[in-house]
Design a protein around this ligand. Structure first.
Ligand code: SAJ
Length: 418
């Protein structure tokens, strides 16, 4: 079939390439010209899509990338995988709206549109469908089909492959569900039909609220266990020996990424808007997680004070600036907030991040240095924010005058854990 995947980011590109590999003709549409140029050159910027795979589907002609909306004409199925950011705590669906209008102009009778972008329950039927109908003059359900299927991309997850991760599928009616399920059945090993888009939209948010709340729980436990003289890390490891009814989460310097700090707030915003009620778990979890950088800085200040080194004027080396272990993505990373707080208190802050290409420190608020023995020894304090596999933990333990270990990976007289 003729497929369009609108938005070629960490969600859209894996889907587009996989659809091309299973013999669809796929147009990868993105409004970012730089991205399109890289795609046409076979240069993948998505860690889970190797450039060799991209080049193979380009060479076979199964996949093409474009920023030209005219190339969307004639699609059988269009999948929307555009960002849904928050702007000052409010969901920004303008990317979905713009994309829907563009697709609507090329919508033919019998075609299907699927939304994958994470959003609040009701978006597919209350926002997307009317825009498609207005732009096309066609009637949803009658002339064209619509549904929602949330993404479950776990960047760098080696245990669950893209096609091996079960995929929720939904449609505004039985015909829509049938076509959408059929499309994803050709790509994923397991599809899970649900009764409608709202269920699928809500399920995705439950998945991420679950993680956000549980991570904030262990973060608050970490802040309480320290003054109680208990190792929260050892206690979590002990709790994790329970073979049922428990899932292990670990404390950290905060919650980053494009999912967890953002998606759950779509739900709390919708609940507030529709019901005039707070979604207290999400608000509290978000508050606790956003406090973690302040807690890291407080612990560091106390440790330096004990060593007679005022934070003001001290040299601090942050290890691991991306949002999660071994990730290359900086979005919403707590390291930026940690650095900002330290700089405001007069510290001279440097960062070491082996997963960011040399010279790519334009998005950082600290100068990028190597995690060398010299850099580590020259710091008054080192903070291990992300225990990337590329770090030489033994060398860090040996050379750092003091380390605040936010991941419980180090040990020694010069090491304290979060
Ligand atoms: N984090 C902790 N403690 C934990 C787990 C995570 O502090 O126990 C932090 C991470 O360092 C990171 C943030 O939370 O800053 C988010 O971590 P994450 O493991 O949830 O990673 P994400 O944001 O890449 O989440 C994605 C999600 N996938 C989708 O939304 C489609 C999530 O549902 C997946 O479970 C997760 O990947 C995964 O398992 O890799």
């Amino acid at each position: 079939m003729q497929i369009v995947v609108a938005g070629q980011g960490y969600v859209g590109l894996p889907l587009a390439v996989r659809a091309a590999e299973v013999s669809h003709r796929v147009v990868g549409y993105d409004v970012d010209l730089d991205r399109v140029k890289r795609l046409i050159a076979g240069d993948s910027y998505v860690e889970d899509v190797a450039s060799a795979r991209l080049r193979a589907v380009l060479d076979s002609g199964a996949y093409s990338a474009t920023a030209d909306a005219a190339a969307l004409a004639g699609f059988d199925i269009a999948v929307i995988t555009v960002p849904t950011p928050l702007r000052d705590g409010v969901p920004d669906l303008t990317y979905i709206e713009t994309c829907a209008r563009t697709l609507g102009e090329h919508l033919r009778p019998g075609a299907t549109v699927v939304l994958e972008s994470t959003t609040y329950p009701g978006t597919t039927e209350e926002l997307l469908l009317p825009i498609l109908e207005k732009a096309s003059g066609l009637k949803g359900g009658l002339d064209f089909l619509v549904g929602f299927s949330p993404e479950r991309i776990a960047p760098g997850n080696v245990r669950w492959s893209f096609e091996g991760t079960p995929k929720l599928v939904s449609g505004i009616d039985a015909r829509s569900l049938n076509v959408i399920k059929g499309f994803y059945d050709g790509i994923f090993q397991t599809t899970v039909p649900v009764s409608g888009p709202k269920v699928a939209e809500m399920a995705k948010l439950i998945e991420n609220v679950f993680r956000l709340v549980n991570i904030s729980l262990v973060n608050e436990m970490a802040m309480l266990a320290k003054p109680l003289g208990v190792s929260v890390w050892e206690a979590i490891d002990a709790a994790a020996t329970k073979p049922f009814g428990f899932m292990r989460f670990t404390p950290g310097p905060g919650v980053g990424g494009h999912c967890l700090p953002v998606d759950p707030l779509f739900l709390s915003w919708k609940v507030q808007q529709e019901l005039g009620l707070p979604f207290r778990f999400v608000e509290l979890a978000d508050e606790v997680n956003r406090h973690m950088p302040d807690y890291v800085v407080r612990r560091l200040a106390e440790a330096l004070d004990k060593r007679g080194v005022p934070l003001n004027g001290s040299r601090v080396l942050l290890l691991g600036l991306t949002y999660k272990i071994n990730a290359t993505d900086l979005r919403e990373s707590p390291s930026a907030r940690v650095a900002e707080l330290l700089i405001d208190l007069g510290a001279e802050v440097r960062g070491a991040e082996p997963n960011i290409p040399e010279g790519d420190d334009t998005k950082l608020n600290v100068p990028l240095v190597d995690a060398s023995a010299e850099e580590i020894a020259a710091a008054d304090a080192v903070v291990l924010l992300m225990d990337h596999a590329r770090f030489d933990l033994a060398m860090i333990e040996k050379n750092a005058p003091y380390v605040l270990d936010c991941r419980n990976r180090l040990s020694g007289p010069n090491v304290e854990t979060l």
